[in-house]
Design a protein around this ligand. Sequence first.
Ligand SMILES: Nc1nc2c(c(=O)[nH]1)N[C@H]1C(S)=C(S)[C@@H](COP(=O)(O)O)O[C@H]1N2
Ligand SMILES: [Mo]
Length: 220
Amino acid sequence: MNKADRIKQMKVPTGDASLSDRVPPGQMVTDRFPILHEGEVPEYDLAEWSLRIFGEVENETIISYEDLLALPQTQVSCDIHCVTRWSKLDTVWEGVLFRDLLKALHVEPKGNYVMLHAANDYETNVPLEDLMGDQVLLAFKYDGKPLTGKHGFPLRLLVPHLYFWKSAKWIQGIEFMKQDREGFWEQNGFHNVADPFKEQRFSGEFIDIPEDEWVKKEFD
Ligand SMILES: Nc1nc2c(c(=O)[nH]1)N[C@H]1C(S)=C(S)[C@@H](COP(=O)(O)O)O[C@H]1N2
Ligand SMILES: [Mo]
């Protein structure tokens, strides 16, 4: 049996049957908060920071951190799932709902696809529809405290219903597109859609992810 088939047959690794509908296939629950990203943690001067909204929209715009904080804020409790097999339950975030940002800035998308642009040229693509839900945040707080640098300060995306690589840390730009385009991981063999409950980890060829990959990474 190859590794992909073996992983697909793994039992949901939790003793608590009531959680089995919350833990996607092939995931392990952790209480840690692993830290995963490409490149160095960027540093920002909040006075200089801005978020750019551009591409196929009516009203391209740029918003400062101060103006972002003045928008209506929402708290979201959710489970998060990383493609390297860790899931963390009941995480709590605060920020501005993606749809509230569009509304407040009178941004009218003319395309149904979005590219999130982050530090170090990290990009990830998400259909607009997936971003309009009531758990999709531009988050600036985790667990009641400001985001730490390693987890995305000053602003990250939170798209809890997709694998966590779609939740770009250090976001700087939101680009609307008429046609879908692949982001960084999507170009590197990961699934374009990334629904953890459908186990959409990879596109095409199977890529080896050691089962304990994330365990050796930094966490807090
Ligand atoms: N800018 C940026 N955002 C990113 C990444 C990255 O490399 N760069 N990695 C993604 C991946 S693979 C995961 S699992 C989560 C990890 O977030 P955390 O370090 O807060 O757990 O961030 C996502 N967002
Ligand atoms: Mo990840």
